[in-house]
Design a protein around this ligand. Structure first.
Ligand code: HEC
Ligand code: HEC
Length: 193
């Protein structure tokens, strides 16, 4: 469509009188749109924000579960590039075609990259004294009514953890969750047999 069409229809005097304000207006609009584009691209390069986790929880978790687990266990970082088990060099492109717009894919991508390269907290904070989480759970805990208990002591693991290593309440929650999920992975298949 030709947008100069309307301008040609205007009388010459009107054109002259208003030419300056039209130019000013066009300048203003282009300045605003430049500012707007800048703002959008600033959002785009923003690394992991709470948004990425929200998007994941809303759009991806129903099929894939926990994003950090997926990132650590299934994705790898090769020369700084995130790769999936199936989509290696095309991983970034795959994300955009997989339930995500370009901008959301950027956010999810940097979140997964961070999570893929962050060591699990258990490994950092606990495994110097305990074995791997899986071995620790297998050797030391049982599931009773869905809750972890010490195999030897029989006391709920949460009670123990609340007095162990000066852990804060949110840390106790975090590690109880990690260990309990591990407990479910190990013991539920055995119960189902
Ligand atoms: C309806 C279920 C479903 C939803 C929702 C879903 N996915 Fe997937 N996803 C799959 C399936 C199936 C595969 C494996 C087949 C494939 O590669 O397309 C997969 C594969 C993947 C992979 C591995 C790619 C590789 O290299 O193998 C990643 C990473 C991934 N999805 C991320 C996401 C993200 C991020 C979201 C949310 C925006 C999401 N998925 C939403 C079903 C889903
Ligand atoms: C500096 C060594 C050390 C670190 C680090 C450590 N623990 Fe322990 N932990 C122990 C020792 C020693 C015991 C057993 C003796 C006791 O304290 O009663 C134990 C016992 C436990 C038990 C009870 C086991 C049972 O048989 O009931 C749990 C649960 C536990 N630790 C969890 C953790 C978690 C989770 C972390 C990481 C946040 C951690 N520990 C970090 C030394 C450590």
């Amino acid at each position: 469509m030709n947008h100069t069409y309307d301008v040609h229809l205007l009388p010459l005097s009107f054109k002259r009188k208003h030419l300056q304000s039209v130019i000013k207006l066009i300048l203003m609009i282009s300045l605003i749109s430049v500012a707007f584009t800048k703002k959008v691209s600033a959002d785009e390069v923003k690394p992991t924000g709470p948004d990425a986790q929200k998007i994941w929880d809303k759009t991806c978790s129903s099929c894939h579960g926990n994003s950090a687990d997926i990132a650590r266990n299934y994705l790898s970082v090769v020369d700084g590039q995130l790769q999936g088990p199936m989509h290696k060099t095309t991983f970034r492109k795959f994300l955009t075609n997989h339930y995500l717009s370009e901008m959301k894919a950027d956010a999810i991508h940097s979140m997964l990259l961070t999570q893929a390269t962050t060591k699990p907290r258990y490994e950092v904070e606990c495994s110097s004294c305990h074995k791997s989480a899986a071995d620790f759970v297998r050797e030391s805990f049982v599931l009773r009514k869905g809750l972890l208990h010490g195999k030897k002591s029989g006391t709920p693991t949460r009670y123990f953890l609340e007095k162990h290593r000066d852990l804060k309440k949110e840390d106790v929650d975090f590690f109880m969750n990690e260990l309990t999920v591990m407990g479910y992975k190990i013991y539920l298949p055995q119960l189902a047999r």
